[in-house]
Design a protein around this ligand. Structure first.
Ligand code: FMN
Length: 346
């Protein structure tokens, strides 16, 4: 882990997507370590699942479910693979992934490049050493039409047998039409189909965008509760552009990392208020430290996820956050993480 300061300049000298591909290739060659013993103070129960710690790897790093066992071995309490679509697709033209080093951020417009659900299935089938989430989406040609709902239902049916939870991703900004599924009427129809397709399968989480208006938030929270969604992930990348310094700031796509933090935190508060504690919340967006994780937990998140901070800080980040989170909890008088959830909800 202490090697990362030496490796980072080499990785950052490469095109970002090339560096990511090499990272996945290196991880694939590594034998997965067994996750270490869980610390009971950090354990969280959400949607009937026992998470050994609250720090998850967000979707998009392991799109094709190639290295999730290795990532569980690096100390993540859960790993979400995908987004996987029913059929394979290329995604957008390259370049489509940009590091904004001066901002601690990334812009991506990958466009759900993945080899499809059937390809991933054998790699997901063997027993998992930890909690595995599978994030599903619609193929590009279906995203703007009613056929999108059929894609999500197909994803549910394909993946129910291998996932500990399934995430319905309607918030990626790089598939035209996809985010329209967050509109109240469309969302209700989508969730009805998805929950039916899930049958007796695992819990269903819904992942939302940070670019939502107050009225959208109320409607999404109400629909998710009515349709018995098991948890909300707040949030995906943003199409907004807060003040940025990097030369890549003008690239189109979704922004993640440090500049997303205030927006993701604000949306988490909004959803905590709108759901009134009736929906477990999973926070994502600009989480890079134990203090960031703790802040989200206090305002109502039961779990957190990260991706971009790992690009900048290296693969030891989950262990580091967990170690420091335990100290933070103790310093604030909490014996267990679960006691802290939502204690600063406004
Ligand atoms: C390169 C990249 C690819 C991503 N791909 C996906 C994806 O396929 N599906 C998804 O739901 N989120 C995807 N995300 C969003 C992340 O899961 C996460 O919600 C977002 O990046 C905010 O967290 P962060 O600031 O810790 O990165 C991607 C993010 C990045 C940076």
């Amino acid at each position: 882990m202490a090697l990362y300061p030496l490796v980072r300049p080499l990785a950052f000298a490469l095109d970002a997507e090339r560096a990511h591909a090499l990272t996945i290739a290196a991880l694939k060659r590594a034998k997965p370590r067994r996750p270490g013993a869980a610390d009971p103070a950090l354990a969280v129960r959400v949607a009937g699942l026992d998470f050994p710690n609250p720090v998850g790897l967000a979707a998009g790093f392991d799109k094709d479910a190639e290295v999730w066992r290795q990532m569980l071995g690096l100390g993540f309490g859960f790993v979400e693979v995908g987004t996987l679509t029913p059929r394979p697709q290329e995604g957008n033209a390259r370049p489509r992934l940009f590091r904004l080093v001066e901002d601690g951020a990334v812009i991506n417009r990958m466009g759900f490049n993945n080899r499809g659900q059937a390809d991933a299935l054998p790699r997901l089938a063997a027993p998992s050493p930890g909690i595995l989430g599978v994030n599903i989406g619609a193929n590009k040609e279906n995203a703007g039409s009613d056929a999108a709902i059929a894609d999500y239902a197909a994803g549910m049916r394909a993946m129910t047998g291998v996932a500990d939870y399934l995430t319905v991703n309607i918030s990626s900004p790089n598939t035209p039409g996809l985010r329209a599924l967050q509109d109240a009427g469309a969302l209700d129809a989508l969730l009805e189909a998805v929950i039916e397709a899930r049958g007796a399968g695992p819990p269903v989480f819904l992942k939302v965008a940070p670019d939502l208006l107050p009225a959208d938030i109320e409607a999404i929270a109400r629909t998710a509760i009515d349709r018995r969604v098991d948890a909300l992930i707040v949030a995906n990348t943003t199409v907004s552009r807060p003040h940025l310094r990097s030369p890549h700031r003008g690239e189109a796509g979704g922004l993640s990392g440090a500049p997303l933090k205030p927006l993701a935190l604000a949306r988490l508060r909004d959803f905590a208020r709108a759901s009134g504690g009736a929906l477990p919340l999973i926070a994502a967006g600009g989480i890079a430290s134990a203090a960031d994780a703790f802040e989200r937990i206090l305002v109502g998140a039961s779990l957190v996820q990260l991706y971009t901070a790992m690009v900048y800080e290296g693969p030891g980040i989950a262990r580091r956050i967990n170690r420091e989170l335990k100290l933070l909890l103790a310093r604030h008088g909490f014996a267990r993480l679960e006691e802290a959830i939502g204690t600063k909800m406004s």
